[in-house]
Design a binder for this molecule. Structure first.
Ligand SMILES: [Zn+2]
Length: 443
């Protein structure tokens, strides 16, 4: 089936201002926009017409930080000790449909439990499961100091989404093993929280040499490296070591900023998690101290992130979806608003971060994320003028059409109602998922 979408406002994802006009796509790719689209469709058989009057036609969102296999855990304990491999993959396939229906046609899932993201990605690509395009990593590489999971990270071996490595030999072996297994990215947890040093926030737990060992091994096999860096020195060293993307990059100092600007390494601040927790955490019983810490992280990091972006560092939108605070399909759009409010972007600039700039996170730079002829037809039609109000993307009813690779996604048939799985949940992060209904509703 080919489509001609008429009457809408086109946001092309390049950062350019919106224009009125049509968009034509065939079974896989965008054929043309504007008058050329109308001309192409004229008199052609088998072209379905969609009236997008009063709506915005734009590239599907790309979420460069989405944990599709975590299934909204209420605590790390739940994620590390209460999950089963096969069931995790099945549940991830269920959640992937929620993400796609929210208008997100691509995600980078940098680390996963077991190797379930790899399985889900391949299932989606083979057409046996439905979901966004996925680029994925395997287990995140840790040193035995740990990461955000604190004492739950083992001294050695594999648990949850982590694989602890010690020394160059183990690093090289694990990177090669994961690449053989089919990962698109290698993820390194460069910072970790040491309980005794809590006041310092997360500290760097990898040396520059160890990080270089990861990069050399991965790059030799044509695979990029992404780092979780939530302090200044880790961000600086990740840039120096040749990392291809940095998640968070919060708390940068001048030195870190300089290294990031020099390397032009894309950053994925992923402040949505902090923002929604700070804004609405009290509605789901979140810990007040956590809320305060996360609120500070946004305030303390915005100036440097904004400077980096202004000096030409690509900024990608990531939501950190996959936790009870950031359930699937709910908050993927929220980073756009954060970029506008805290980094000083215009709506078109923020949308570019979540579309045109983000193809690289999927390994599809220049292939997706923009409404241009010959690009993959990942397109959404959103009720209202998104250029004037990006929060329109956050209302499910506004998502009128989603196309992935030119194929229309069924938004009408409700997903099967989900019931609880024995032994799956252990409450902790909050007492309920922080959905938009909870956030914006009464109480
Ligand atoms: Zn994350």
């Amino acid at each position: 089936m080919a489509y001609l979408i008429t009457g809408g406002t086109l946001i092309d994802g390049t950062g350019a201002e919106p224009v009125a006009g049509s968009l034509a796509m065939d079974e896989e790719r965008i054929v043309a926009t504007g008058a050329a689209a109308d001309l192409w469709a004229e008199g052609r058989a088998g072209v379905a017409r969609i009236d997008a009057t009063g709506a915005t036609v734009m590239p599907g969102l790309i979420d460069a930080h989405c944990h599709i296999t975590f299934d909204e855990p209420f605590s790390t304990t739940e994620l590390f000790f209460h999950r089963r491999e096969g069931l995790s993959a099945l549940v991830a396939a269920y959640n992937a449909r929620k993400v796609l229906r929210a208008g997100v046609t691509g995600i980078l899932d940098a680390d996963c439990v077991y190797s379930t993201s790899i399985d889900l990605r391949d299932a989606i690509e083979a057409g046996v499961a439905e979901g966004p395009r996925i680029a994925c990593g395997g287990n995140a590489l840790f040193t035995s100091v740990g990461g955000t999971a604190g004492m739950l990270i083992p001294d050695e071996g594999r648990l949850g989404y982590s694989k602890v490595t010690a020394g160059r030999d183990e690093i090289v072996q694990e990177v090669r093993r994961q690449i053989k297994g089919g990962v698109d990215w290698i993820k390194v947890h460069v910072t970790g929280l040491v309980p005794r040093q809590r006041e310092a926030g997360e500290i760097q737990v990898w040396t520059l040499d160890e990080m270089k060992a990861v990069v050399e091994t991965a790059h030799d096999l044509n695979i990029p490296v992404v780092g979780h860096c939530r302090n200044a020195s880790s961000t600086r060293d990740a840039a120096k070591a040749g990392f291809d993307m940095i998640l968070h990059a919060t708390f940068m100092d001048e030195e870190a900023l300089e290294a990031v600007v020099e390397a032009k390494v894309p950053l994925v601040p992923s402040l949505t998690f902090q923002q929604v927790l700070a804004d609405y955490g009290h509605k789901v019983g979140a810990n007040r101290t956590f809320q305060k810490i996360f609120e500070r992280e946004i305030i303390d990091s915005s100036v440097m992130l904004s400077r980096a972006w202004r000096e030409g560092v690509p900024m990608l939108a990531g939501s950190e979806s996959g936790f009870s605070i950031t359930p699937y399909g709910e908050w993927h759009w929220r980073e756009l608003q954060v970029f506008m409010e805290h980094l000083g972007m215009t709506a078109m600039e923020a949308i570019h971060c979540a579309t045109g700039a983000s193809g690289r996170s999927l390994g599809l730079a220049g292939e997706v994320g923009t409404l241009e002829a010959d690009k993959l037809a990942d397109v959404i039609v959103v009720r209202g003028d998104v250029a004037k109000d990006v929060t329109l993307l956050g209302v499910q009813d506004n998502i009128r059409h989603v196309f992935k690779g030119g194929r229309a996604v069924d938004l009408e048939t409700p997903l099967a109602e989900r019931r609880s799985i024995p032994g799956w949940r252990v409450a902790n992060y909050s007492t309920a998922p922080l959905t938009r209904a909870t956030a914006f509703g009464e109480g």
